[in-house]
Design a protein around this ligand. Sequence first.
Ligand SMILES: Cc1ncc(COP(=O)(O)O)c(C=O)c1O
Length: 390
Amino acid sequence: MIYFDNAATSWPKPPGVAEAMAHFLNEVGANPGRAAHRRAVEAGRTLYDAREAVSELFHAPDPLRLVFGKNVTEALNLALRGLLRPGDHVVTSSMEHNSMMRPLRALEGQCGPSSGGVQVTVVECSPQGVLDPADVEAAIRPDTKLVALNHASNVVGTLLPAAEVGVICRQHDLLLLVDAAQTGGAYPIDVQADRIDLLAFTGHKSLGGPMGTGGLIVGRRVDEAQLEPLVRGGTGSRSEHELQPDFLPDRYESGTPNVVGLAGLRVGARWVLERGVEAIRAHEVALAQALINGLGAIPGVTVYGTLDAELQTATVSFNIAGMSASEVGLRLDDEYGIMCRVGLHCAPTAHKTIGTFPDGTVRFGLSAFNTMDEVETALAAVEGLAQEAR
Ligand SMILES: Cc1ncc(COP(=O)(O)O)c(C=O)c1O
């Protein structure tokens, strides 16, 4: 059995993640910040430890500027819907996931084009998924408020130049929002050095946590008074007030948090920190390059993207001439025990950019736990299918 669907969600999780979740459920189990008894204090500590671990990984300016939520989709919605007002202009790229595109399109239409909805410019990337920072700069207008970018494509893995765009954003006094779903835990991110004002992350991919965990780092250039919460409610703080607290993270963390999940995320993030993102990255680059080279050498196989593992994550998309992506995926699972994802991967605009819309691609998403042996087994399997299709 080979699990190559890590770009959707990672498996296996690092050692200790499941145990930490079971420990929380069995031995702690209380609501953090809602009481002063020992179990509630312990739950609060678990929550804070998770906040600290993820903050350390991304170099957040302060753990209290990290807002937990259920995934990157929610974090992107919080950033976009919380920040943008009718008349604001946003620059984004053609390699975005629908988690970015759909909220942007909804904001664009919510007041109708003539009634001053949010204006969106989608900067075209190359057919390899590469974004030229100069094209981002050229798209900036006097009414631009935000540049909102995927950090790496979930279709072809191509890295987008977040740090270069960060410099441009500072020069033009704009905010930069980055979707780190595919890079968090797999590629070094320093929100301060990279000048990222808002970093949306998800816990269940390379951070090694469970589903239902994620969040948003809110940089110091973001005025929380200008960032509206998505939901309001109980926070366990300032309970004498009917109005939502105005401070971070409580302003954006209403309702009982997923401490079971965060107990796991804490262990996942600590595992990444201990192993080192650079070491994880080096392992994944080696696997990805072997995969790209091996697939590219099989007659009838087209590999998408830059074909240079240094310029992408360990997510590799391909097609076999004469066999649909869905058939390849089914047969890899049934006949070879290889699990991957096929189709559009929730990113139709990215497929239009690389020329694979509407059929999509077969996607191998690798993680720190995959091995060179697995890559070789998968290459032999694709070779077998490609031979049949010839
Ligand atoms: C680039 C990108 N953005 C957003 C998402 C959405 O992630 P989640 O479902 O964890 O919110 C994904 C997940 O596939 C992704 O790859």
